[in-house]
Design a protein around this ligand. Sequence first.
Ligand code: CO8
Length: 382
Amino acid sequence: MATAVIRSTGLWTPEHSITNDELVTAFNAYVAQYNAQNADAITRGELEALSPSSAEFIEKASGIQSRYVLDKEGILDVNRMTPHLPLRENTDISILAEMGVKACRQAMERADKTLDDIDGVICAASNMQRAYPAMAIEIQEALGIEDGFGFDMNVACSSATFGIRTAASLIESGGARAILVVNPEICSAHLNWRDRDSHFIFGDVATAILLEREDLGDGGFKILGSRLRTKFSNNIRNNFGFLNRAESADGRGDLGAEAAKDDKLFIQEGRKVFKEVVPMVSDMILDHMGTLGLKPEDMKRVWLHQANINMNLLIAKKVFGREAGGEDAPTILDTYANTSSAGSIIAFHKHSDDLKAGDKGVICSFGAGYSAGSIFVEKLGG
Ligand code: CO8
């Protein structure tokens, strides 16, 4: 059986960034406006007054200091609090595909690969822009891969690791020579920016991973083993979907109003997620490590999903069996926030060049589903 390697990665970061202070200023202006407009109902006890957010809380509870977004203005506009991403013609490239293409091109450049080297595109992300045609096929078309295939998959925050496993299987079984796994994430469009508990959590980005059969090139990271796990949980949920129109009493399908309802956006029980996911993920990594005959001291680095700094420090401590720091488990959520499936790939992209041939590490995702994936890798020479 052939061996698959991660030959390179690509990263596209939006131009605009929002600091916690900017975000909290806008949120608190909304709170003041809401409370003033509903003062009578609040006094009568019919409505609850909203509480202000705080930049100190956000950084302490999550480690996030800022986030990149596609549209800053729409999010900070107190009367909108949603990014403005104008509708494009069907003849124009869609926004998700455009982001994905940029990340793919960088991954191809870094691996010195041409379009003729690539057989497939897997678009693996939390939210697709539409049901069909597949985003992956549009990315394949925009890149110019004439003879190949593309398909979409969604495993929420674990989409990238599940995508890597899928691409590696295709390569190992002879179904493809090289595959681009691409993770365009527009988290800002399915985040409720009016919700104090979660308004600070997400950012936008696109990453790409180029996987190839080992004998077709040099360098990169050999995949030593991969493991995928899921366990159903309602603690992270988004009820937006094609049934929303049919669910509405009048069947008129006012998707605008439906989509703005809170449960049609990201909702979570953050505390429960924290408590349940930390053991699930650390046990998975340690068990997988044992199966591969590896010990904590054999591990150079863990590139973890980027949701919460405290969560990552706890997982890294369990994996290494000692206090772990930024060298062991790099953090990118301080400037990117949670970018769903792309988080662990950004960490890998930015913090893997310094590894030496033979160094080992694990890329690990976790999130909605629950879903978790671990990809153990070893740096190749060349
Ligand atoms: N400002 C000030 N105070 C606040 C704020 C705020 N913004 N928000 C809450 N508080 C208050 C609360 O009211 C509470 O007050 P009190 O103690 O008086 O009741 C206090 O702060 C503590 O609140 P919490 O218990 O909620 O705070 P936590 O310490 O638990 O921190 C976190 C909240 C940061 C959300 C934390 O629980 C966390 O990070 N949990 C893990 C979450 C996680 O990993 N989720 C994964 C989701 S990502 C994923 O799977 C991808 C989904 C698909 C992508 C979707 C894209 C949109």
